[in-house]
Design a protein around this ligand. Structure first.
Ligand code: PEP
Length: 257
């Protein structure tokens, strides 16, 4: 079985050419001593610059969204998977809660974007997660079951084999409030069991990463969970040293070789 480990950064709407030029050499240096696979997902306009800076390194580059359409055409403002690949990306975030909540992305759109990303040859990092209200109303499994079910129903086994699933409780994103290691492991195990009900082989090989205020000081405890395969990191991915420290925590728990 291939390693499920990955630590990915999500810069959101942050960054500049100057920030890329400061970040890239520092992370490239650090990455030389890190076994955990790394990806950094940046705004579309910076993908090619970051990919050039990481050209001779092990660090992968990603976008933060992708068009649901595969063929080029009249889709003003959209960026296709093929364009992302052309710019040097290998990954892309899909269905981040900010896109679901602020830009009306439905489960159906997330499925279409996931499939379009895979068709282009990208690894989609597909996000699922519940709100605080849903957690307080005991709806976590229902919400996640619906979001995951849409993916399992809408994608082929070959497509699912290409994705990374990110569990990102919305109440923990950018809030400084992290799920406890027990909460993260419990949900990751639930997601893996739901997948296993459909496809046991896929469940064993699929990477399920946690996202939500992961920092160098809480990463190792979160990564200790058996079903936690890494992280999707927002704020702490903007600085090379904190991002590298989170990746080192994956090496420290022995999930990379
Ligand atoms: C994210 O943007 O996906 C995220 C998890 O953000 P943060 O780490 O800042 O909570």
């Amino acid at each position: 079985m291939h390693s499920r480990a990955i630590v990915a950064g999500n810069w959101k709407m942050n960054g500049s050419r100057a920030a890329i030029d400061e970040f890239a050499p520092a992370l490239a240096d650090a990455a030389a001593g890190i076994r955990c696979p790394l990806a950094v997902c940046v705004p579309f306009v910076y993908v090619s610059r970051l990919a050039e800076r990481f050209a001779d390194t092990t660090v992968a580059v990603g976008g933060q969204d992708v068009a649901a359409e595969v063929e080029a055409g009249a889709f003003t403002g959209e960026v296709s998977g093929e364009m992302l690949i052309d710019a040097g990306a290998t990954h892309t975030v899909v269905g981040h809660s900010e896109r679901r909540e602020k830009y009306g992305e439905t489960d159906a759109i997330v499925v279409a974007k996931t499939r379009a990303a895979v068709t282009a040859g990208l690894v989609p990092i597909v996000c699922v997660g519940e709100t605080l209200e849903q957690r307080e109303n005991d709806q976590v499994e229902a919400v996640l079951g619906r979001q995951l079910g849409a993916l399992l129903d809408g994608c082929s086994a070959e497509e699912l084999d290409r994705i990374v699933l990110a569990y990102e409780p919305i109440w923990a994103i950018g809030t400084g409030r992290t799920a406890t290691p027990e909460q993260a492991q419990e949900i990751h195990a639930y997601l893996r069991s739901q997948i296993a009900d459909r496809d046991a082989t896929l469940a064993r090989s699929l990477s399920i990463v946690y996202g939500g205020s992961v920092k160098p000081d809480n990463a190792e405890a979160i990564f200790a969970g058996d079903d936690v395969d890494g992280a999707l990191v927002g704020g702490a991915s903007l600085k090379a040293d904190s991002f590298a420290d989170i990746a080192r925590a994956m090496d420290a728990v022995g999930k990379t070789s």
